[in-house]
Design a protein around this ligand. Structure first.
Ligand SMILES: Nc1nc2c(ncn2[C@@H]2O[C@H](COP(=O)(O)OP(=O)(O)OP(=O)(O)O)[C@@H](O)[C@H]2O)c(=O)[nH]1
Ligand SMILES: [Mg+2]
Length: 601
């Protein structure tokens, strides 16, 4: 191994959501001088507007720091379970992990899940307790709990404050001591693992890479082994975290390669990049073996997404392809539906994930969307005896066609302090869950249940947080399909079917759900030009009804009568808006309402 390579450390920070990873990364950036102190706002690596607004990390973010003669490549990861694919991809690019635990919360479900992932990758793990500056923090107890989980001495657990910086310098020194330098052979031909990417209109696809073997220089001719694509390194560089050009990238380094490839679908995460010169003319094979790559993510929930303006269909298509490059964990397929038009059926890892993608389509691409209620993948057998998978509500066949219906169940793991055992088991029972087992992790209980996935995506997590004062956390995996009598609840507004609000529900819940959806719509929809009925309908029978009030909205009201041309323009716009309305339907449903209904379903 070359001297330079032995001075590289690649590591991630992993934890449950909100335990302070991005804040700890801030302190590392400060200590190493990677970012000037006056430029360093809180959670500096959360660069997306949505991340800042919501205070959560959505994307993993690599950053290169220099410290005491070492190159430190850190990847900050998200903690929310919906963005777990970001974590698992990051782990493949590093040799070690800081496992961070909030002193007030202790071990939580994603602490366990992410630790498990890190162990599967054989990473060196450095445990640390965070937020020790908080008044009343029981630091020793928290260290003991984490030490028990990892089977190490409590003295090996770091106690830090990412906020004040207390003990963070020692933690960084330990990263250098305990995490091994990257292995890999600098003499071999290039093998670079693509662990992320983004699209740039000038540079084409920018691949985030970890150089496993060999080196790449700016200008090199490249070959993408899995996709059989030739391209070249338009530019190489590092994450500072802004992209900073370099002459090349060497074994063990993390950086980017701008490929110039314009089709976002051609460069996939998990791809192995090698040099074109590694091709052996005689044997017609490459001198290198492709890397293992990544497992495909498994979408849990589906929704139909349609442009509000049908002319935006092509824009939606390119937007989805570009977003997928930045977030490979969602899937999409075109679909055509009678009541909706041309759009896409999209699969997501969870409801927050779906919400974030829809927000990004709006903010980054200016797309107003119609979004259907989220759905899990149901299965039915029809009267012909065929078994069908039903991804979205609009695919649900007529009741007369269905012989038997099935829904996915999950194994649900809840980690909580023992005091909340009673309230949690009551809650799970209310949500139709079945008790399986109780286990212990360090000082906490690990409760295992089975429950329909449908219940998990509709409000369960919020209720769990409520009954446990925020202390319980959860994780789930699909265990299989079980028979359930399901029906399609239709929603009619002004007598017209609004497919986006339809929902698949168990027969015994139709009345409650029908009432809930129509009441919610009444609350979310703006007053219309005429009073309109909102109806929930099962098989042609109305089971719930609300009336949406009428009010002529004065669009010029906020203008205090000042500017006449502007006033006229607005009135003209309103008139045109009404024309568009008449063409689409009787009612004006602002695009935010679809997202609001989606969130609350
Ligand atoms: N008092 C105190 N607050 C902290 C400390 N570290 C982080 N926080 C706060 O905890 C909250 C979450 O911090 P983040 O750094 O965003 O947590 P995260 O783990 O990156 O969150 P996700 O990426 O969404 O999982 C923020 O309000 C921080 O200000 C600490 O050491 N002390
Ligand atoms: Mg974060």
């Amino acid at each position: 191994m070359e001297e330079e390579q032995s001075k590289i450390r690649n590591f991630v920070i992993i934890s449950h959501v909100d335990h302070g990873k991005s804040t700890l990364a801030d302190r590392f950036l400060e200590i190493t001088g990677a970012v000037a102190k006056d430029k360093l706002g809180p959670q500096y690596l959360d660069t997306m507007e949505l991340e800042k607004e919501r205070g959560i990390t959505i994307k993993m973010q690599p950053v290169r720091m220099e410290y005491n003669g070492y190159i430190l490549n850190l990847i900050d990861t998200p903690g929310h379970v919906d963005f777990n694919y970001e974590v698992s991809r990051s782990l493949e690019a590093v040799e070690g992990a800081i496992l961070l635990v909030d002193v007030m919360q202790g071990i939580q479900a994603q602490t366990l899940a992410n630790l498990d992932l890190a162990r599967k990758h054989n990473l060196a793990i450095i445990p640390a307790i965070n937020k020790i500056d908080l008044p009343g923090a029981a630091v020793d107890d928290a260290c003991l709990e984490l030490a028990r989980l990892l089977n190490v001495s409590p003295d090996d657990v770091f106690a830090v404050s990412a906020k004040t910086g207390q003990n963070v310098g020692n933690l960084l020194d330990t990263v250098i001591k305990k995490i091994p330098a990257p292995s890999g052979d600098c003499q071999k031909p290039l093998r670079a693992l693509v662990f992320g990417s983004k699209y740039d209109s000038y540079q084409g696809v920018i691949a985030y890479v970890r150089i496993i073997d060999g080196r790449v220089d700016s200008g090199d001719k490249l070959f993408l082994i899995q996709n059989h694509l030739e391209c070249f390194a338009k530019e190489t560089g590092y994450f500072k975290p802004q992209l900073q050009k370099s002459n090349g990238l060497k074994t063990g380094e993390i950086g980017y390669i701008a490929t110039g490839v314009k089709n976002p679908e051609k460069v996939r995460v998990g791809e192995t990049i090698t040099l074109n010169s590694a091709f052996n003319e005689k044997t017609k094979t490459f001198l290198v073996q492709p890397l293992a790559g990544y497992d495909e993510p498994k979408p849990m929930i589906f929704a139909s997404i349609y442009p509000e303006n049908p002319d935006d269909f092509d824009l939606l298509k390119t937007a989805l392809a570009k977003l997928k490059l930045n977030d490979p964990s969602f899937v999409f397929e075109p679909e055509l539906k009678e009541f909706l038009g041309r759009g896409y059926r999209c699969g997501f890892l969870g409801t927050l994930h779906a919400e974030i993608i829809c927000e990004r389509l709006f903010r980054e691409f200016g797309l107003n969307l119609i979004i259907s209620s989220p759905s899990v993948i149901y299965k039915i057998t029809n009267v012909k005896g065929e078994e069908l998978k039903i991804y979205t509500t609009s695919d649900w066949p007529d009741a007369s066609q269905i012989k038997e219906s099935y829904e996915p169940w999950v194994r649900l793991e809840i980690v909580a302090p023992i005091d909340y055992l009673g309230s949690i088991s009551d809650l799970v029972k209310d949500f139709g869950g079945v008790y399986v087992n109780t286990d212990y992790v360090a000082e906490k209980i690990l409760l295992i249940y089975e429950i329909p996935l449908r219940r998990i995506i509709s409000g369960f997590y919020d209720s769990l947080k409520n009954v446990s004062q925020g202390y319980a956390s959860m994780n789930y995996q699909i265990v299989g399909y079980r028979s359930s009598k399901l029906v399609k609840l239709e929603i009619l507004i002004a007598g017209k079917k609004e497919e986006a609000f339809a929902k698949i529900v168990p027969e015994e819940e139709v009345f409650a759900q029908g009432r809930a959806i129509s009441a919610k719509l009444k609350e979310k929809l703006p007053p219309q030009m005429f009073a309109l009925p909102i109806q929930a309908v099962i098989g042609g029978k109305v089971i719930a009804r609300e009336t949406l009030g009428a009010k002529r909205r004065d669009v010029t009201a906020p203008l205090y009568g000042g500017d006449v041309t502007r006033k006229n323009k607005l009135l003209k716009q309103q008139k045109e808006g009404k024309k568009k309305l008449a063409a689409r339907s009787q009612i004006n449903i602002p695009p935010q309402v679809f997202l609001e209904m989606f969130k609350s379903s």
